[in-house]
Design a protein around this ligand. Structure first.
Ligand code: GRF
Length: 219
């Protein structure tokens, strides 16, 4: 089967990007990353891509007078590739309506909380402050509202009484590295579909997200 083409957007360390690269190498993901775009020239994730000879691009948001023009500059790189999926992997910019409309249904994000809980930033600290027993990460399609698109898969982990935001973030990140390649493969294999504002898994409506827990996928 032909490999699906991906474009990955990053802002920072790119550990999720690395997990996707590794999953491709291990044949868990039938895809090819055609380009990595970072809005920060110093994002260390760019090195993961260069090492694999993936084409890298820096589009510095500070060089553009508006969000729309910044997004257009990214679209000029993405459009010729015609990717099957645009993957946000720690990309820390809010996207414009035009960008989201262009890639709707093939734009996916990972967020470090059990959505709809804790949209936005500081999710790990919020989980601790609220004395949550369970925390985790969600992979979701992107729609027009921040961190609100339909969730494909979530990973759950227990919050320990000794956890700080940092220790919790590190354990959540390990789970992110498992579920992001999984969710991407579910999309490109067609097992998960997002059309007509509805998510389907194996042709049936997905009424609640798939759950990754104790190293097992619960469907
Ligand atoms: C991850 O926790 C992701 O959920 C969030 O930003 C972090 C990115 O990490 N959106 P990395 O750049 O993939 O290492």
């Amino acid at each position: 089967m032909e490999k699906a083409s991906l474009v990955v957007l990053i802002s920072g360390s790119g550990s999720n990007l690395l997990a996707i690269i590794d999953a491709i190498k291990n044949n868990q993901l039938n895809a090819e990353i055609k380009a990595v775009i970072s809005n920060r020239a110093t994002a260390s994730g760019l090195e993961h891509a260069s090492r694999e000879n993936i084409s890298t691009h820096v589009v510095d948001h500070k060089q553009y007078p508006s969000r729309e023009l910044f997004d257009q500059a990214m679209m000029q790189i993405i459009e010729p590739i015609k990717p099957e999926l645009v993957v946000l992997a720690g990309f820390m910019r809010i996207l414009s309506k035009d960008f989201i409309a262009k890639y709707q249904h093939r734009l996916i994000n990972i967020h470090p909380s059990l959505l709809p809980k804790y949209k936005g930033l500081n999710t790990h600290q919020l989980a601790i402050d609220n004395k949550d027993k369970i925390h985790g990460a969600s992979v979701h399609y992107v729609n027009f509202e921040l961190d609100s698109g339909p969730v494909v898969i979530q990973a759950e982990i227990p919050v320990l009484t000794t956890d700080t935001a940092e220790t919790l973030a590190a354990r959540v990140l390990q789970q992110e590295h498992k579920i992001y390649p999984m969710a991407i493969q579910l999309h490109i294999s067609g097992r998960v579909r997002y059309d007509n504002e509805q998510l389907k898994f194996d042709n049936r409506p997905l009424t609640k997200p798939l759950l990754w827990k104790n190293n097992k996928l619960i469907t």
